[in-house]
Design a protein around this ligand. Structure first.
Ligand SMILES: C[S@@+](CC[C@H](N)C(=O)[O-])C[C@H]1O[C@@H](n2cnc3c(N)ncnc32)[C@H](O)[C@@H]1O
Length: 265
């Protein structure tokens, strides 16, 4: 990352995501949905980009694929290795950056990412890298958050309190099919979308707010940044709790996500 203009942004991401592991119970079902949506088959070479604790990677390996996986955060990779060991599958985990994938051209049949590649600061670089390592005729597939539903609205709320770097586009644009279509462009064919819901147990809005504040990088950063401004922090928390309440039914928070799949030309 020596000459990377986003080195400090990525260093913050690397630290910021270190506490994400408890949320793997929530992202496990969407990982199953992604592997099925991508149509992963036994023997295929599969890459899980921004793998976190490896929920997608382990799911693909259990489906019989030969899996490699990469993430910026060493703490999550340690947990991912444990997950693979418990599941009894062999996966090659590597510390690295979605904008500089350490794999040769055309080395995978399937490239996947769940709620992960969207944190690469330059979408064009991210797309170019994910497609570079994919074989022609191979499949790219990912899960992302639509801007108009719970998680997208939560990210927008966070941005109103702590401005993101001006040169990094909002991550939730990856949840807008028209933006995804434009970003993948002519490099792919058979582009398809679907929607799924991540179901999150939610005893109260305060419970989920406390969980997410202690695990997800953008929220951790916000709480740190506002530690000297208690009134502003209280106002943020009230707005977040109202948003959580709006999307919670019978103690379940509904987090809709977009699924995208396409074939590399
Ligand atoms: C919301 S977590 C998702 C983790 C996992 N895919 C899952 O579904 O549970 C986002 C992940 O993106 C990783 N990440 C953020 N920026 C990255 C980058 N530039 N390159 C690789 N991984 C990155 C974080 O370290 C974190 O593990």
């Amino acid at each position: 990352m020596a000459n990377d203009p986003f080195a400090s942004f990525k260093a913050a991401q690397r630290e910021g995501w270190a506490l994400f592991a408890p949320l793997e119970t929530l992202t496990t079902p969407p990982a199953g949905a992604l592997v099925a949506f991508a149509g992963v088959k036994p023997g295929q070479a599969v890459l899980d980009v921004a793998c976190g604790t490896g929920v997608v990677a382990v799911t693909a390996a259990r489906a019989g694929a030969q899996v490699k996986a990469l993430d910026l955060a060493p703490a999550l990779l340690a947990r991912a290795r444990q997950n693979a060991e418990v599941a009894g599958v062999a996966i090659e985990f590597t510390e690295g950056d979605v904008e500089a994938l350490p794999y040769p051209d055309a080395s995978f049949d399937v490239v996947l990412s769940q709620f992960g590649h969207m944190f690469g600061p330059r979408p064009a670089v991210t797309v170019a890298e994910m497609l570079r390592v994919l074989k022609p005729g191979g499949r790219i597939a990912f899960n992302t958050w639509p801007p108009e539903l719970f998680t997208g609205l939560m990210f927008a709320l966070v941005s109103r309190y702590v401005a993101p770097p001006p040169d990094v586009p909002p991550t939730v644009l990856w949840g807008d099919p028209s933006v995804v279509r434009e970003r993948l462009g002519d490099a792919v064919e058979a582009l398809e979308f679907d929607r799924e819901i991540m179901l999150t147990p939610c005893l109260s809005p305060q419970h989920y707010r406390a969980t997410i504040e202690g695990t997800a990088a953008p929220l951790l950063k916000l709480v740190q940044s506002l530690s000297g401004e208690p009134a502003k922090l209280a106002q943020f928390r009230a707005e977040l709790e109202a948003l959580i309440a709006r999307f919670t039914k019978q103690n379940v928070l509904l987090q809709h996500f977009l699924q995208t799949r396409a074939i590399k030309r």
